[in-house]
Design a protein around this ligand. Structure first.
Ligand SMILES: [Zn+2]
Length: 281
C-alpha cells in the first residue's frame, strides 16, 4: 500500500519557468540549470519509485516516498531527507537512498566514494554514511515521540532499520571485497526485489495490515516539506531595508513603521534606527 506518493515537481518547475521572463538576463542560465537539476533528480527517483511500487504495493508492505523528518534537539535541527521507505509487517523498515550515477562509480577499500566524469575522478560524499545518518535521525525521532512508537497489545515493538542504497542501473560499480569493506547494501535499483528477499521476514508478522497502515500513516504525517523561496534566490523578491542604515528588515518591522506616520513620516527603519525617532510629548 502506498501511504505517500512522490512529491510532484510540476508546480515548482512551472514556477521557475514563469520566472524566466522576470529574472535578470545574466541569471537565465543559472535558472535553467536549476530546472534541469530538479527534473533530472526527479527522473531517477521516479524510476526507483516505480520499481518499489511495482514490487511492494500490496497489503504486506507500506510505502512512503519522500519523507523529510526534522528532529529538534537542544535547538539544533537534524534533518533526514528519506527518498523511499518500505515497511513490512515484521516491522522491518527499509530506508532507501537513491543516487543517480552515469558511468563509473568506485568505492575504495577505505569506503571512500569516487565518481568518474569523462575519465576524471571526483570524490563524493559516501551515500552509505549519509543514509546511516538519516536512519539515526528517524530512529531518535520515533523513539522520542510516544504516539509514533509501534505497539501491539500495549507492548512496545522494536523496529529493525535497514539501509539500502540504490544506484542507477546503467552505472558501472567497482567495489572492494566484502570482508575488507562491506558495500552489500549498495545495489543497482533493478535488483531491489532480489536484494530485499534476503532479509524480508515475510512470515514473522508483528502487525496486521490495519496496524501497519495506521503506523505508516502516522509517520507520513510527520513529513515537513522544505520550502525554497526561489523568487528570493533569483533576486526577484526585493527585501525591504532600513531607510537610514540599509539593514534588511522583516515585514513586521516594516508594518510597524508604516502604521506610525506621525513618528516615522512614511519611512521604514530598522529597530535600532527607530530609537532615533522617538515620539516626544
Ligand atoms: Zn537602520
Amino acid at each position: 500500500m502506498i501511504i505517500k506518493s512522490r512529491t510532484n515537481i510540476k508546480a515548482i518547475v512551472s514556477e521557475l519557468e514563469n520566472m524566466k521572463s522576470e529574472v535578470d538576463p545574466n541569471r537565465i542560465n543559472e535558472l535553467e540549470e536549476e530546472i534541469k537539476r530538479i527534473k533530472y533528480g526527479s527522473k531517477s527517483e521516479d524510476d526507483s519509485a516505480y520499481l518499489i511500487n511495482f514490487h511492494y504495493d500490496n497489503d504486506r508492505y507500506a510505502i512512503i516516498h519522500d519523507l523529510r523528518i526534522v528532529y529538534n534537539k537542544e535547538k539544533s535541527n537534524q534533518v533526514a531527507q528519506i527518498d523511499h521507505l518500505v515497511i513490512n509487517r515484521a516491522l522491518q523498515c527499509f530506508v532507501f537512498e537513491t543516487k543517480s550515477v552515469f558511468g563509473k562509480l568506485e568505492i575504495n577499500k577505505e569506503g571512500e566514494f569516487i565518481k568518474y566524469f569523462e575519465d576524471k575522478p571526483f570524490g563524493i560524499e559516501s551515500p552509505i554514511e549519509q543514509n546511516n545518518r538519516h536512519i539515526d535521525v528517524l530512529r531518535k525521532y520515533i523513539d522520542e515521540k510516544e504516539e509514533l512508537v509501534p505497539r501491539s497489545f500495549g507492548r512496545k515493538l522494536k523496529i529493525d532499520y535497514r539501509s539500502v542504497i540504490l544506484i542507477s542501473r546503467s552505472a558501472i560499480i567497482k567495489r572492494p571485497f566484502r570482508f575488507i569493506f562491506d558495500t552489500s547494501m549498495l545495489i543497482k535499483d533493478d535488483m531491489v526485489k532480489t536484494y530485499l528477499n534476503k532479509f524480508d521476514k515475510v512470515n514473522k508478522n508483528s502487525f496486521n495490515e490495519k496496524q501497519l497502515r495506521k503506523f505508516a500513516e502516522k509517520l507520513a504525517k510527520e513529513h515537513q516539506p522544505i520550502k525554497i523561496n526561489y523568487r528570493k534566490r533569483f533576486g526577484l523578491d526585493k527585501e525591504q531595508s532600513c531607510d537610514e542604515c540599509s539593514a534588511s528588515i522583516n515585514e513586521r518591522v516594516m508594518q510597524y513603521c508604516l502604521e506610525r506616520p506621525e513618528r516615522f513620516g512614511d519611512r521604514v527603519y530598522c529597530m535600532k534606527c527607530q530609537k532615533k525617532y522617538q515620539v516626544t510629548s
